[in-house]
Design a protein around this ligand. Structure first.
Ligand code: HSE
Length: 435
């Protein structure tokens, strides 16, 4: 049987999941592909820790260049994450004529142009299923299964860690910090988890998905992003009193002359399609002009699901190698470069409903001061909850508004900074989906 040799750079969570699948499912993998996929070398700084996988003594190395320089290695799998070193390894591997598989969403979102054009220049394939949605094959869906469509909407829960944290805060009343610690312990979170909780990881993934839609890398910095760090169990409780839950959503909409591309906590009605996506699960809902709605759901993080995506890429590339094809599908799925200049609508232009939690002194006239400023800025209140005097110092005043423009909200909140009856930062959450 033909043999495809693979070098893996990075033997952490996803690296060990990948190698485990290749070994345990070796029979069906080779039967399906028609070639044996052999892990020839694995490079990692730590080659001492026991990953519970039996490997021949010459497989592990601390030197990635042993992989890149080895002419018998056909495919390099980059699983170290981060930007600088990972980019260097990928570019060198491509230059050496090797196909590349990566799970590195940050690198693709921030330096995609360089990586995609290097793949073209050196005539190699780039596969990155594991970069978005863990074990959900959404990249394959967009590049292949849905490629006949113009996709006009994507709504996703794309970060397993933050979804896990919000679920634990909501279902088990776990404090934010404790929920973060658990996510790290289960291997869902990046280390440190900053990019998971501040919306950057989900924005990286959204950037990759949107780039595939248009065949050109979307400028990552133009994607608005906001995280879950300021949310408290109180917000989750108030949201549920209004009939909503809180999710970190990644949203894309094609507006015709511009696109919406944003990541932020959003209140969604309890019967919304995203409301029951809990724990480390991810979900991606999308709509195409001919296919209509599609929904994908599965584990968005973790060694086995993410390893499953890496191995699927290895199988795809091994089939190509077996058939003597260097690139069947270009990185962004366009054989001619997409020509569209992607203009991302500034967040100030957004029109939606809002949740506000004001921390206010419990004195007469507070509500009228707040509603006065909202009214002056054209923001109309839909519903108010004000909790009683059981709270020391200040009380939460919680509101849902009718639709308003984000620029008006920004102005109103700036104005309220001067109100001495407000004792803390106001929490704002956009509402997605009507009830
Ligand atoms: N830290 C990521 C998440 C892992 O929580 O979704 C997969 O990219």
């Amino acid at each position: 049987m033909d043999q495809v040799n693979v070098g893996v750079i990075g033997f952490g969570t996803v690296g060990s999941g990948t190698v485990e699948i290749l070994l345990k499912n070796r029979d069906i993998i080779s039967d399906r592909v028609g070639s044996e996929i052999i892990v020839k070398k694995i490079a990692d700084l730590d080659i001492v820790r026991d990953r519970g996988i039996a490997l021949a003594s010459d497989v592990l190395t601390t030197d990635p260049s042993e992989i890149i320089r080895d002419p018998s290695i056909d495919i390099v799998v980059e699983l170290i994450g981060g930007l600088t070193a990972a980019k260097d390894f990928i570019l060198k591997a491509m230059q050496a004529g090797k196909h590349v598989v990566t799970a590195n969403k940050a690198l693709l979102a921030e330096c995609g142009e360089e990586i995609y054009s290097a793949a073209g220049k050196y005539g190699v394939s780039l596969a990155y299923e594991a970069s978005v949605g863990g074990g959900i094959p959404v990249i394959r869906a967009l590049r292949e299964g849905l490629s006949a469509n113009r996709i006009h909407t994507i709504m996703g829960i794309l970060n397993g860690t933050s979804n896990y944290i919000l679920t634990e805060m909501s279902k088990n009343a776990l404090p934010y910090k404790k929920a973060v610690e658990e996510a790290i312990r289960f291997g869902y979170a990046e280390d440190p988890p900053t990019l998971d909780v501040n919306g950057t990881d989900a924005a990286h993934k959204l950037a990759i998905l949107v780039s595939i839609l248009f065949g050109v890398p979307v400028p990552f910095r133009s994607i608005y992003r906001e995280g879950i760090e300021c949310l408290t169990p109180d917000d989750i409780r108030f949201a549920s009193e209004f009939g909503y839950c809180i999710k970190l959503l990644a949203i894309f909409r094609n507006l015709g002359d511009a696109i919406e591309a944003r990541v932020h906590p959003a209140m969604v009605p309890l019967d919304h399609i995203m409301a029951n996506v809990n724990g480390v699960y991810n979900a991606i809902y999308l709509e195409g002009d001919f296919v209509g709605p599609n929904l994908y759901y599965g584990y968005g993080a973790g060694k086995k699901p993410t390893g499953s995506s890496v191995v699927a890429d290895l199988m795809h590339l091994s089939r190509q190698i077996r058939c003597g094809v260097s690139t069947l599908i270009p990185p962004l799925g366009y054989s001619r470069p997409g020509l569209m200049n992607i203009a991302v609508q500034p967040i100030e232009e957004l029109q939606t409903s809002y949740y506000f939690r004001f921390s206010a002194k419990d004195t007469p006239g507070v509500l009228s001061k707040i509603s006065g400023i909202l009214g002056e800025n054209g923001i109309s209140i839909y519903s108010v909850i004000q909790k009683g005097r059981d709270m020391v110092g200040s009380v939460p005043v919680v509101m849902l508004t009718h639709e308003a423009k984000e620029s008006s909200v920004i102005k109103a909140l700036a104005h309220m900074k001067h109100l001495e009856v407000l004792t803390d930062k106001t929490i704002t959450i956009r509402v997605e989906g009507s009830k």
